[in-house]
Design a protein around this ligand. Structure first.
Ligand code: SAH
Length: 446
């Protein structure tokens, strides 16, 4: 597939009838942009790039695309030919008219287009998507990722060459999330292909993430193919989890933490464990199975805690060792500190405090707050598993925040391991934004 170099010098910029005046600068105006629902237009044919309306970049603004970063920001765009609809596949050309990529146009977004292919000879059609999906499935099979779990991320957006598309597998159910205009346009095609290639009993759509609004797309939540079983369940490293596909967070479960949960389980024996932001019990269940002395789990979602209790029962884990608290973690940590409670192992896996770098400062305060309190609640020699899934917080910044928290808590701590998302969430080298999840295992001095 798309193995050729990103530019094709053989593709001169189309000499338009009357030059640039002919082009209509497209207003990124929410009122004006076309309905995001798929239009049944024919896909562009290979080699048609020079004859098609496209996106022309400002002089010198092609650098990130030449490095194969798949996002084209609006600031780099000189003009857009014609009046394309959101989701249309357009050729992107540099200021001299050289072909750079085929990309999905997004009228409402700051990200004007997301790249499907760097190869001018590619045709963005059903066969293209079939190949991309087959490639993603094969990568996971080759890595043996289905050995440890019946739940897995099958398609991880940009990193699998399918910007804006997330597909998670929960046993024989697939959940698909369309985050931008490109996959939105190909929704039916993608569902058909997933049905054909994976044969699930149900494809459920959870296109209800915050990002959809920024993309000018409507929220969608419902069955796309088949029928949703009453109980959806995954078995992960031998632990069973019920998954609420329709109303749970994200697509129902935090698959990205699978291997980090397993690691916690191996270090929990005979320890008093505190699991903050426990959701449906992930880290808690591993800790219980790993022989923890006690596990206190905290989350502000009543629904998540109900499922967490059910999950503990499903696995026959000792309920006398567990305590579930439905409350705000920031308050709970202060209360535990005031009660002089101590733990040997603490997990802090908060929600995304900083979706983008613009939120980094406020998020940094929140991370520091919970980590400072976490350090204070640990016994000497205790372990802190601390995470950030914020795209707006880099690895370096996260480590600095944690260092500041340890300093203010007056503890010496060592990093004993750095953690990331499980390998079914790969990170494309040219798309470092894919590495959103970062974790540190810290040991405080004994
Ligand atoms: N560790 C979990 C995933 C955590 S997701 C797992 O392995 O499955 C983050 C969780 O934080 C969600 O369940 C959400 O309900 C909870 N949450 C968000 N803000 C919170 C707050 N202020 N206090 C307590 N819980 C919170």
């Amino acid at each position: 597939m798309s193995q050729s170099k990103p530019r094709s010098p053989s593709t001169p910029h189309r000499q338009s009838q009357g030059g640039k005046d002919f082009r209509k600068r497209v207003q990124r105006d929410k009122q004006k942009h076309d309905s995001p629902v798929a239009r049944d237009s024919a896909p562009p044919r290979a080699g048609d790039a020079a004859a098609m309306p496209g996106i022309i970049l400002k002089t010198g603004r092609e650098k990130s695309l030449l490095r194969r970063h798949p996002w084209l920001f609006s600031g780099a765009v000189e003009c857009i030919d014609g009046a394309p609809a959101s989701g249309d596949t357009l050729p992107v050309r540099d200021a001299a008219g050289n072909f750079l990529a085929w990309a999905a146009y997004s009228a409402a977004s700051q990200i004007t287009a997301r790249v499907w292919s760097w190869n001018e000879a590619d045709v963005i059609d059903k066969a293209f998507f079939r190949n991309r999906i087959i490639r993603a499935l094969a990568a996971r099979r080759t890595l043996g990722l289905d050995r440890d779990s019946t739940g897995m991320r099958l398609i991880h957006g940009e990193s699998d060459g399918l910007p804006g598309l997330i597909v998670d597998q929960y046993d024989n159910v697939l959940v698909m999330q369309l985050g931008s205009a490109g996959p939105e346009k190909w929704r039916d095609t993608l569902a058909d292909l997933l049905q054909e290639l994976c044969a699930p009993v149900c494809i459920y759509e959870r296109s209800d993430s915050d990002g959809r609004e920024r993309e000018g797309l409507p929220v969608r939540n419902g069955i796309v193919r088949g029928a949703l079983p009453d109980n959806v369940e995954v078995t992960e490293h031998g632990i069973r989890f019920a998954v609420d596909v329709a109303a749970g967070q994200k697509t129902g479960f935090y698959l990205d933490q699978r291997d980090n949960r397993a690691l916690t389980g191996t270090l929990a024996a005979d320890r008093d464990v505190l699991n903050c932001f426990c959701y449906t019990g992930g880290f808690s269940l591993y800790a219980l199975r790993g022989g923890a002395k006690s596990v206190l789990s905290i989350d502000s979602s009543q629904e998540a805690l109900q499922l967490a209790r059910r999950n503990a029962e499903l696995n026959g884990l000792d309920s006398s060792k567990t305590e579930w608290q439905c409350t705000d973690v920031f308050d709970a940590l202060r209360k535990l500190r005031d009660q002089n409670r101590k733990f040997d192992l603490i997990v802090l896996d908060p929600p995304k405090f900083a979706p983008t770098a613009a939120f980094a400062e406020k998020a940094a305060r929140a991370y520091k707050d919970i980590n400072l309190l976490g350090f204070k609640l640990l016994r000497p020699g205790g372990l802190l598993f601390t995470y950030s899934c914020s795209g707006g917080i880099s690895d370096d910044l996260f480590q600095k925040i944690i260092a500041g928290a340890a300093l203010d808590a007056d503890v010496d701590a060592q990093i004993v391991k750095k953690l990331h998302a499980a390998p079914d969430h790969p990170v494309l080298l040219s798309f470092p934004e894919g590495a959103y999840l970062k974790g540190l295992v810290l040991r405080v001095a004994g």
